[in-house]
Ligand binder design. Structure first.
Ligand SMILES: *[C@@H]1O[C@H](CO)[C@@H](O)[C@H](O)[C@H]1NC(C)=O
Ligand SMILES: *[C@@H]1O[C@H](CO)[C@@H](O)[C@H](O)[C@H]1NC(C)=O
Ligand SMILES: *[C@@H]1O[C@H](CO)[C@@H](O)[C@H](O)[C@H]1NC(C)=O
Ligand SMILES: *[C@@H]1O[C@H](CO)[C@@H](O)[C@H](O)[C@H]1NC(C)=O
Ligand SMILES: *[C@@H]1O[C@H](CO)[C@@H](O)[C@H](O)[C@H]1NC(C)=O
Ligand SMILES: *[C@@H]1O[C@H](CO)[C@@H](O)[C@H](O)[C@H]1NC(C)=O
Ligand SMILES: *[C@@H]1O[C@H](CO)[C@@H](O)[C@H](O)[C@H]1NC(C)=O
Length: 540
């Protein structure tokens, strides 16, 4: 094989060489705007004989035969055996005649428009078919202009894939995705101008010609369980050649069942050029006639045949729940789910009231056995000058009045309960440890060191040691929380209560309910005569 290929390649190269450099075809098409040439093919005897006078003529439709010389057109240059166009234009259509002594030669030249929307012109492509897995070569060579070319670019479907000073060469094993238009663009400099010559190959990849014996996928005999009255689809698929047939055989001696339909097939090509085909047989509303019948799927090619059989079997009864039981069950299940969902929604909305009610009825008290002294440590952001602002009033007057006098909790408030002087930091730490909750009253105010320590110490216990729960009360709207320790933002949002001066006044308001909910459960002994709804804040 190799030994025969080599002389053939050399022969092709020789042919290409001479054929490319001189113009032997009598009818030629060129694309406007590209450099172009006509060259007389000199026989070897003529090369030896003494030179005679050489003339070039153009014969147009209107003005007869016109001699061509270097002054005819700046674009056209006349050499002995060749005529060059820099570049060729639509006007250059016509017949060109070469005359040397008694010897003449003529060409008919057609010039076509360039396709402005594409990198190549469709009418000027060389088509080639290549078998998949065989060698695909795109040779970007141009022997006539070889010396003038200083850049060659190779495009596939107008996308650059290679570039080089010399000839970029594409050589690979062909795959189907290699199909497309390959354009070699040669850049040529002539008289200070740049020209492009484009040569385009239309490459089609075809499957190989070796046929396979078609093969159906899956077992030869298939039993398919069906329920009477339902639809069933039988899917038959096969690996086969392009021209092979795949079909279902569902005919009886006396015709076909009206509920059996063969659907349009689907085909996809494999990378080796073969085809995966599949075809569906659809049986609607399966009845007794469809049982125990062999539905056969067959693939046929010149080289062979393959068949798979499908038999429908009635699904064993008993596996299913009877219809009315099923429907009844569904209704009950749906009703129960609806009730549960409603309960959950009510529970979420009235969670706080429900929990408070539950605590009251059960007399729950979680404060008896944990060995802590206070129900809550109250921390508030304040300017370091004490006894100043509304936060002070809220933290030192309102909170104790409601939580201690009305609901029977015991609070620890630094300003009130701790004697000035002493080791403040240690003291705060031990007080927080003795408290069940840490109530932080947030406001816009500046925060002094001591409060920061309270905050951080409490947060550490809450978030790291999980000993104390935090309740945040937003006393005035805080838009910028950046001055707070980062860990505050980790708190769950339901532990965030908003104080609304107008709405939160009454003991029965949502604010106090939510606060009680977050406080530990404790058996409450409301102070006598104070159980009515009374304003918490005295009107200013
Ligand atoms: C050209 O042809 C004429 C007559 O046909 C002949 O006499 C002459 O020798 C030829 N010239 C050449 C160079 O062959
Ligand atoms: C390219 O080749 C394919 C397949 O041979 C053909 O269908 C198509 O028309 C060709 N395109 C051009 C522009 O010649
Ligand atoms: C191509 O060749 C011309 C003339 O030889 C030169 O002026 C030009 O710079 C070259 N361009 C490139 C890209 O090499
Ligand atoms: C049939 O089977 C083939 C191969 O298993 C699959 O590619 C195709 O999508 C199937 N058709 C349907 C409609 O399920
Ligand atoms: C399907 O094939 C089986 C066995 O090859 C055969 O007995 C049966 O008659 C075939 N059915 C049809 C509908 O051709
Ligand atoms: C064909 O014959 C079978 C019994 O052999 C019968 O059940 C069926 O209805 C017949 N079909 C037609 C279309 O006559
Ligand atoms: C179908 O085949 C099964 C077993 O092959 C057999 O028991 C049953 O009687 C058959 N039914 C009909 C309607 O032929």
């Amino acid at each position: 094989m190799r030994q025969r290929e080599l002389p053939l390649t050399i022969l092709v190269l020789v042919l290409v060489h001479t054929a490319e450099t001189c113009t032997s075809r009598p009818h030629i098409t060129a694309v406007e705007g590209e450099p172009f040439y006509l060259k007389f093919c000199l026989s070897s005897s003529e090369q030896k004989s003494k030179p005679s006078t050489i003339r070039w003529y153009k014969s147009g439709e209107s003005h007869g035969r016109v001699g061509l010389n270097p002054s005819s057109s700046p674009r056209i240059s006349v050499h002995d055996f060749s005529l060059e166009f820099w570049p060729i234009e639509l006007d250059d259509r016509g017949t060109y005649i070469f005359q040397m002594g008694n010897d003449t030669r003529q060409w008919t030249l057609n010039v076509i428009r360039r396709n402005k929307n594409s990198c190549f012109t469709e009418k000027q492509v060389t088509s080639k078919s290549i078998e998949v897995q065989k060698v695909l070569t795109i040779p970007c060579t141009n022997s006539y202009y070889q010396r003038l070319i200083n850049r060659t670019t190779l495009y596939k479907d107008c996308e650059k894939i290679a570039e080089g000073d010399t000839n970029p060469l594409l050589q690979k094993n062909a795959e189907f995705k290699d199909q497309g238009y390959y354009s070699c663009v040669f850049s040529i400099h002539h008289n200070g101008k740049e020209f492009n010559i484009i040569k385009t190959f239309n490459i089609t990849i075809v499957g190989d010609n070796n046929n396979i014996i078609p093969a159906l996928l899956g077992p030869k005999l298939n039993h398919v369980e069906v329920e009477l009255g339902k639809d069933v689809q039988l899917n038959c698929s096969a690996l086969l050649n392009e021209k092979d047939q795949l079909y279902w055989n569902f005919w009886r001696e006396n015709g076909s069942d009206p509920n059996v339909h063969e659907e349009e097939g689907m085909r996809t090509r494999t990378s080796e050029g073969k085809w995966y085909a599949s075809k569906i047989l659809r049986i609607e509303n399966v009845n007794e006639n469809n049982l125990n019948f062999s539905y056969n799927c067959t693939a046929v090619s010149e080289g062979g045949i393959d068949t798979n059989s499908y038999i429908l079997l009635k699904k064993a009864p008993g596996a299913d729940i009877p219809g009315h039981v099923f429907t009844g069950g569904m209704i009950i299940a749906v009703s129960i789910s609806v009730v549960v969902v409603c309960l959950v929604i009510v529970g979420v909305i009235y969670r706080v009231d429900l929990v408070l009610l539950y605590r009251r009825f059960m007399g729950r008290d979680e404060t008896l056995t944990d060995g802590k002294t206070y129900d809550a440590f109250v921390s508030y952001l304040k300017e370091c000058r004490p006894e100043d602002g509304e936060e002070y009033t809220f933290a030192v007057e309102i909170l104790p009045r409601v939580l201690e006098k009305h609901f029977g909790y015991k609070l620890c408030i630094f300003e009130r309960d701790v004697m000035p002087g002493g080791a403040v930091v240690d003291e705060i730490h031990s007080l927080i440890e003795k408290s069940r909750r840490l109530i932080i009253v947030l406001s816009k105010r500046y925060m002094c060191n001591r409060v920061r320590y309270e905050l951080e110490s409490g947060l550490h216990e809450a978030l790291v040691e999980r000993k104390i729960k935090i309740i945040l009360i937003e006393f005035t709207p805080v838009s910028d929380l950046t001055f707070l320790p980062q860990s505050l933002t980790l708190l769950k949002s339901h532990r965030f209560l908003k104080w609304k001066a107008d709405k939160s006044l009454s003991y029965n308001s949502r604010f106090w309910k939510n606060l009680l909910y977050l406080m530990p459960a404790k058996t409450v002994k409301p102070a006598a005569g104070d159980s009515e709804i009374t304003p918490v804040l005295s009107a200013p």
